[in-house]
Design a protein around this ligand. Structure first.
Ligand SMILES: C[S@@+](CC[C@H](N)C(=O)[O-])C[C@H]1O[C@@H](n2cnc3c(N)ncnc32)[C@H](O)[C@@H]1O
Length: 284
């Protein structure tokens, strides 16, 4: 019963979401990159006990060393740093080779980048694999305003700057319309928690008109170069199955990795207990 009430309440929000999104887009609010919060990293995993805590600390130390995270460790909030470490642990486990060549930049696009608080993980992961990378984050709702008056795109700008890589860029755009002329040019597309149900999209605060999983996934496939890889994360196996069902429309791609990736590296780990990862490769 409670579930039905919640679903109805979310469905009824659709017109309000549409109005609010349209206002955010028209106003296009931005007041510049904020200073990102920094915190001491002591007791990074204080929400865990015993062996789980030791395992998380050991995992963090290994990823910090492998990906050279000392600067992010010293200049981030604990929550942001844990998010970076967690995403690196997932990417580290993809184990699918990508089609990059040493004589050109590796091109990557992250779809639905939110405020890009995790971009440090993407930048470090791909920078370890190619001398030059071009990393774009595309977010359709980049002008949402936080209580301190900064917009989502302001934070994204700050997180992108924190990578120290000028080829890391965030754009407020609908991914379905993005990258015209760059079809077949991307080595990797990442898509973390794309909306595969209308309910999830409405609950996030977006208008129903933006519910277009087939178009988003189709655009990702178009932008990939032959041999390119699409990496996606999903909250549950049911969502992952929906993603796979959409991908079946594209004979040029095949699922290479499909695995559970629960975590203890973020404080909200119980919500990620059923998290799944997919890696899909476009035929050469
Ligand atoms: C569930 S959130 C995930 C955000 C982020 N990837 C993360 O892992 O936290 C999905 C994001 O996709 C964005 N989005 C949805 N449709 C989009 C589209 N057509 N183009 C670009 N971004 C889109 C939403 O605004 C939202 O920020």
């Amino acid at each position: 019963m409670a579930g039905i009430v919640r679903r109805t309440a979310v469905a009824l929000r659709a017109p309000v979401n549409a109005l609010a999104f349209s206002l955010r887009r028209r106003v296009g609010w931005s007041r510049g990159a904020p200073d990102l919060p920094k915190e001491p990293m002591g007791a990074l995993f204080d929400y865990l006990d015993g062996a789980e805590r030791i395992a998380a600390e050991t995992g963090e130390r290994a990823l910090c060393a492998r990906y050279g995270l000392d600067d992010l460790r010293a200049g981030s909030s604990r929550r942001d740093y844990r998010e970076v470490v967690d995403l690196l642990s997932v990417l580290d486990d993809v184990r699918v080779s990508m089609p990059w060549a040493p004589d050109r930049p590796l091109r990557v696009v992250d779809v639905g980048a939110r405020n890009w608080s995790y971009v440090g993980a993407l930048e470090r992961f791909f920078r370890r694999r190619a001398a030059k990378i071009e990393l774009s984050g595309v977010e359709v709702d980049g002008h949402g305003i936080y209580p301190n008056g900064h917009a989502r795109c302001d934070y994204a700008e700050a997180y992108a700057a924190q990578t120290g890589n000028p080829a890391v860029r965030y754009e407020v755009a609908d991914f379905c319309e993005w990258g015209r002329g760059d079809e077949g040019a991307f080595d990797c597309v990442t898509m973390f928690f794309p909306f595969l149900t209308r309910y999830a999209l409405l609950d996030w605060g977006l208008p129903s008109s933006l519910f277009a999983p087939a178009a988003v996934i189709g655009r990702a496939v178009e932008l990939l170069r032959p041999g390119g890889v699409l990496v996606s994360l999903h909250q549950t196996a049911v969502e992952q199955d929906r993603m796979v069902a959409h991908l079946e429309r594209f004979p040029e791609v095949s699922v290479k990795v499909e695995r559970a990736c629960p975590t203890r590296l973020v404080a909200h780990w119980p919500k990620l207990a059923d998290r799944r990862m997919l890696a899909v490769v476009k035929a050469t």
